[in-house]
Write a protein that binds this ligand. Structure first.
Ligand code: AMP
Length: 116
């Protein structure tokens, strides 16, 4: 997995080094539209402070992690979404491609379970 020394695409977006469709930003996180959407609504909630993945989260990150979920709630509410899915991929086999923790919020179509 990529080391913390190497900047991720999300850090470059957060730093303004590369453009993104930022739909919301506050002091702790950004919400951007996924470049390769898997549903009519597909955004990523990304903490500004990098945590590689959920397995790397510390007990001290509890408040931050909670706030990210509240941001997902607020995004859904402000976009009148009552049916949506939140996903965090941890590790390559689970579908992780960017080693910077993020929550996917997907909505606008029916979804299967179990996921592929
Ligand atoms: P994951 O596979 O869970 O690590 O999710 C990474 C997500 O980031 C994928 O859904 C990609 O489509 C998305 N992504 C990669 N590069 C960009 C970018 N420049 N702007 C927006 N989304 C991106």
């Amino acid at each position: 997995m990529t080391s913390v020394e190497e900047k991720t695409i999300f850090e470059k977006i957060i730093n303004g080094e590369i453009p993104a469709d930022i739909v919301f930003e506050n002091d702790i996180a950004v919400v951007i539209r996924d470049i390769n959407p898997q549903a009519p609504v597909h955004v990523l909630i990304i903490p500004k402070r990098r945590i590689d993945r959920i397995e790397a989260a510390q007990d001290g990150d509890t408040e931050l992690l909670g706030k990210l979920l509240i941001m997902a709630r607020d995004f859904a509410k402000s976009h009148n979404l009552t049916e949506f899915r939140l996903v965090i991929n941890n590790g390559q086999q689970a579908g992780e491609t960017v080693p910077h923790l993020h929550i996917h919020l997907l909505s606008g179509r029916s979804m299967a379970w179990p996921p592929g």
